[in-house]
Design a protein around this ligand. Structure first.
Ligand SMILES: Cc1cc2nc3c(=O)[nH]c(=O)nc-3n(C[C@H](O)[C@H](O)[C@H](O)COP(=O)(O)O)c2cc1C
Length: 448
């Protein structure tokens, strides 16, 4: 299983774009156009990069996300939680590693090799957005991985946004010892590995490479890096190796973030020491603030949180992160919870994930994946004076513009569960009539 095998499995759910596309704005514009669902895309001709291809929108639909995990769409959360628990350790690659077909070491000029996309109009430079950044803790030898945005600064320099552990901690420890932190950035990995890389495992969590193996149903094949003392995914399309320098910070941004706002930071700098890639590599695009980001967060942060909450509060049925909110807003469906249990649930939810700023709790007769239904529950079941929980003086999340300056944020919970009386019963057409109507309408709509 690798990115190519996944693209081949998509059939007509993959849109091939033969005409020339500019990596500056045009590819992102295309991905934005298809951002609410839409097919996966493969740009076959990239301006200025003969032989290179760019893909995107791969996980923009839950159907494709489910197929990447070999799951039915309506059992995605259940499948994810079951698979993730297993863990499947990586293995050494047998034979030649595809990612080593071309090896370039020394002071490589990154942008002359890779068609890094520029997405939004005020972005300061092209940004790598789907790089799985790998590193090891010098003290414990523990592997860490996550997606970290990287600004192509020209030549062999990249700015790297290290807001989150474990990589931010590894870097802090290396820097305290005045040593560079070696990292490798895998680009063009299969969807299960991309997803595993952003699972919220916390500081003592398992190796995400094992989670990736379990999610894809096959161990990840690893091979040694060329210039870094760490293993890298052998079947990636591209690997960038290098070191994050100690004691150096530079402006990184502005960059159109997953929040829908531009965000700048003063960030560490990586010096590239090697780029290895497949001969006809496919560069992975991931356009910020799109359904693809929503879906990654939905499982890696949302379902992860659901699993935790279900062990703490009985009656928690489902959880979804609201689209477009960079994971700041969650909706939870419950069955049979009292008002006081809902209040405890709200406090737990808002504390377990530091990024989460809003939690809305509804009954399980509400479809939490339909904004209309959630708005309906809020409008008709929620009473502001009684059903609001506000928690002040909490950690703010750095990319949230409302708390970025002070570093302090507040959190809010809404209890939009129904009261006991029949006046809260949802209207419904009898099931039999619905089934018949669906069948007839489905047939008539076919081929229209
Ligand atoms: C699309 C996407 C982009 C991300 N970009 C960054 C980033 O630029 N910098 C960062 O520190 N974390 C970023 N993250 C979050 C980390 O990858 C994430 O916190 C980490 O993998 C969570 O795992 P942990 O529990 O091991 O910390 C991003 C996550 C996603 C889903």
């Amino acid at each position: 299983m690798d990115l190519r095998a996944f693209l081949d499995s998509l059939g007509c759910d993959l849109l091939r774009v033969p005409g020339e596309i500019d990596p500056k704005f045009e590819a992102a514009a295309f991905l934005r156009e298809l951002r609410d669902g839409g097919p996966a895309v493969l740009f076959e001709t990239v301006k200025g990069y003969p032989g290179a291809r760019v893909c995107g929108n791969l996980l923009a639909s839950r159907k494709r996300l489910a197929s990447a995990l070999g799951s039915a769409e309506d059992r995605l959360a259940e499948t994810y939680l079951k698979l993730k628990e297993r863990g499947l350790p990586p293995v050494a690659a047998k034979g030649e590693a595809p990612v080593k077909e071309e090896i370039k070491t020394g002071a490589v000029d990154l942008l002359s090799i890779l068609p890094v996309l520029t997405h939004y109009e005020r972005d300061a430079a092209p940004f790598i957005t789907a790089g799985v950044v790998l590193s090891k803790d010098a003290e414990s030898g523990r592997r860490g991985m996550g997606i970290h945005r990287m600004m192509a600064k020209g030549g062999n320099r990249l700015g790297i946004f290290l807001a989150n552990p474990p990589l931010s901690q590894f870097y802090a420890r290396a820097e305290a010892a005045n040593r560079p932190l070696e990292i490798a950035v895998a680009l063009g990995v299969d969807p299960a590995m991309l997803l595993a890389s952003v699972v919220r495992v916390g500081p003592l969590g398992p190796d995400k490479m094992e989670i990736a193996g379990a999610l894809r149903g096959e161990p990840v094949e690893l091979t040694d890096g060329e210039t870094v003392a760490m293993e890298v995914p052998a079947r990636a399309e591209i690997v960038i190796e290098g070191r994050v320098l100690p004691g150096l910070r530079e402006v990184e941004g502005p960059f159109g973030e997953n929040t829908g706002y531009y965000f700048s930071n003063v960030s560490p700098v990586m010096e590239v020491t090697a780029i290895t890639h497949r001969r006809d590599f496919i560069y992975p695009g991931l356009c910020p603030w799109t359904a693809e980001v929503d879906n990654l967060l939905s499982l890696a942060a949302g379902t992860e949180l659901l699993g935790q909450l279900q062990t703490m509060v009985s009656g928690v049925v489902d959880l979804e992160l609201a689209a477009g909110t960079a994971g700041f807003s969650a909706v939870i469906a419950v069955r049979g919870c009292s008002k006081t249990e809902v209040r405890r649930l709200i406090h737990l939810t808002l504390s377990l994930d530091k990024r989460l700023k809003m939690a809305t709790v509804v009954d399980d007769d509400v479809n939490i994946r339909e904004a209309r239904e959630v708005a309906w529950a809020m409008a008709t079941r929620f009473r502001p004076d009684r059903d609001t929980v506000i928690i002040e003086g909490m950690e703010g999340y750095v990319i949230d513009p409302s708390s970025a300056q002070s570093g302090v944020g507040a959190k809010i919970g809404f209890d939009a569960t129904r009261g006991a009386g029949p006046e809260f019963d949802k209207i419904a057409v009898p099931a039999e009539a619905m089934t018949k109507a669906k069948a007839i309408a489905g047939k008539l709509m076919e081929g229209r």
